[in-house]
Ligand binder design. Structure first.
Ligand SMILES: Cc1ncc(COP(=O)(O)O)c(C=O)c1O
Length: 454
């Protein structure tokens, strides 16, 4: 079939990539080193061994262009990978746009999002290192669900600290995690010293990913058999997600097309990194492809944050990483996209954005849900509110193409489905969703608390 006839572009299972693509090999400006939070000296692998296995620490710092995906991981990926690339014909028609819109659908994974792409290898490498239990944070619940399933597959235990506001907004995510055998606790909790302190000071706090990360790390360092796993931000997480963009490139070849624009929503940055990074080498060779990350106006770390050293968590337990940040103690409003309520962005993504190889834009809640509903009504898939941020930007690109009379090729990452986000849709339908935009003053005030790094 020609490119104008295919709707589902499907790769055979033997085309699952055998390697993850490591963009660190191709970055024009290398990453600033991570710093030990106590000494502020460059991190050594020993600083990370209390919470991560050596193999993942090696991936974190590697500058090898390709890193082999273990066969056992590929075999598990086979259950849902390669994921389909769809041509959004009905959406194109509804927008009356000359643009071609494609979406890579990561919601086909058993847990409903891209997060399983990294959960499986993270658990695999921890298991190989003799670890028996993992702790983690989760915002929307997608990452926690992914780690819950992955740990069950490898016969390990799992404790998930779920940001309190999401715990309340999405009770069924907790049930999902518990069904896989994981323990799921609202964060801040009484289970950790950090949680107790925060609850004593701010009993009504909605919680943040930064707090949940601190609790999960505090829990992990107390037991020798326990490590910590992070669902985004870090280099090895972005690395694992590059399976997405590598498949997209093969799928676009199948329809003899190449994107003018690649779009993904940005929380910590992993799904956007996953779809965008494999296009960086082409861009460096002169291809005119735009790579656009989309964040909420309520938590605009790339578009309004500062490119400085900061912690990944609220307590300052993690290494200091150079990234675009709003400050690790920033408490974003309780928007209905818990996975995007993160104060910072992946250091690799931040550096590439700083070097203008990536672009970013911020969108508001109501326009996001408007685009999500249009997508559901045309393509039938109910998107996760996080992914709907990307859809908003896609719709705007396609409308701009119509205005300019340019038939662009637009590809985006539909990072997950929203079947457990129906309460957010209900709020939207009943007119309860408000646009939240943080003011410049709030941002500047919050940035005053950044750690001092010499
Ligand atoms: C469906 C979905 N998309 C995107 C994100 C944002 O995370 P990241 O920027 O790491 O892809 C999340 C996070 O929970 C998510 O659940």
């Amino acid at each position: 079939m020609s490119r104008d006839e295919l709707t589902k572009i499907i790769l055979p299972e033997d085309k699952i990539p055998k390697f993850w693509y490591n963009v660190q090999a191709d970055m024009p400006n290398p990453l600033a080193p991570g710093l030990n939070p106590k000494t502020q000296k460059a991190l050594t692998p020993d600083d990370l061994t209390p919470i991560f296995p050596k193999s993942l620490i090696e991936q974190e710092v590697s500058t090898e262009r390709f890193i082999e995906i273990p066969q056992e991981v590929r075999e598990i990926y086979q259950q849902w990978r390669p994921s389909p690339l769809f041509r959004a014909r009905r959406l194109e028609k509804a927008l009356a746009t000359p643009c071609r819109i494609y979406y890579k659908y990561e919601g086909v994974s058993p847990v409903g999002s891209h997060k399983l792409n990294s959960a499986i290898p993270q658990v695999y490498f921890n298991k190989a290192a003799g670890i028996k239990r993992l702790t983690t944070e989760t915002g929307a619940g997608q990452w926690g669900t992914a780690l819950a399933l992955a740990t069950k597959m490898f016969d390990m235990e799992c404790t998930v600290y779920m940001v309190r506001i999401s715990f309340k907004q999405k009770p069924y995510r907790r049930v999902f995690m518990e069904t896989y055998g994981a323990e799921c606790i609202a964060s801040p909790s009484e289970k950790t010293r950090i949680g107790k302190d925060i609850l004593a000071k701010y009993p009504e706090t909605p919680g943040t990913l930064g707090i949940a990360i601190s609790e999960a790390i505090e829990d992990a360092v107390q037991r020798d058999d326990t490590n910590y796993a992070l669902g985004s931000v870090l280099n090895h997480v972005c690395l694992h997600q590059t399976i997405i963009g590598q498949e997209v490139k093969l799928q676009m070849e199948m329809v003899d097309d190449y994107p003018d624009v690649v779009i993904g929503c940005c929380g910590g940055g992993s799904n956007f990194a996953g779809i965008a990074f494999p296009f960086i080498p082409d861009k460096l060779k002169g291809k005119k492809v735009r790579l656009v990350g989309v964040e909420p106006a309520a938590c605009p770390s790339l578009t309004k944050g500062k490119f400085v050293y900061d912690y990944c968590d609220v307590e300052g337990l993690t290494p200091l990483l150079k990234m675009y940040t709003l400050g690790s103690n920033f408490t974003p409003a309780g928007i209905h996209a818990g996975g995007l309520r993160y104060h910072g962005s992946s250091p690799i993504l931040s550096q590439l954005y700083h070097d203008r190889l990536l672009e970013a834009t911020a969108v508001k809640q109501k326009e996001v849900f408007e685009a999500a509903v249009l997508f559901a009504q045309t393509e039938g898939i109910l998107p996760a509110p996080e992914s709907a941020h990307a859809i908003r930007a896609v719709v705007d690109e396609a409308l701009a193409g119509k205005e300019e009379g340019v038939a662009k090729s637009i590809v985006f990452n539909l990072s997950g489905h929203g079947h457990l986000d129906l309460s957010a849709y209900e709020s939207y339908h009943s007119g309860e969703i408000e646009d939240v935009v943080i003011t410049e003053e709030t941002i500047q005030n919050n940035l005053k608390n950044l750690p001092q790094v010499d």
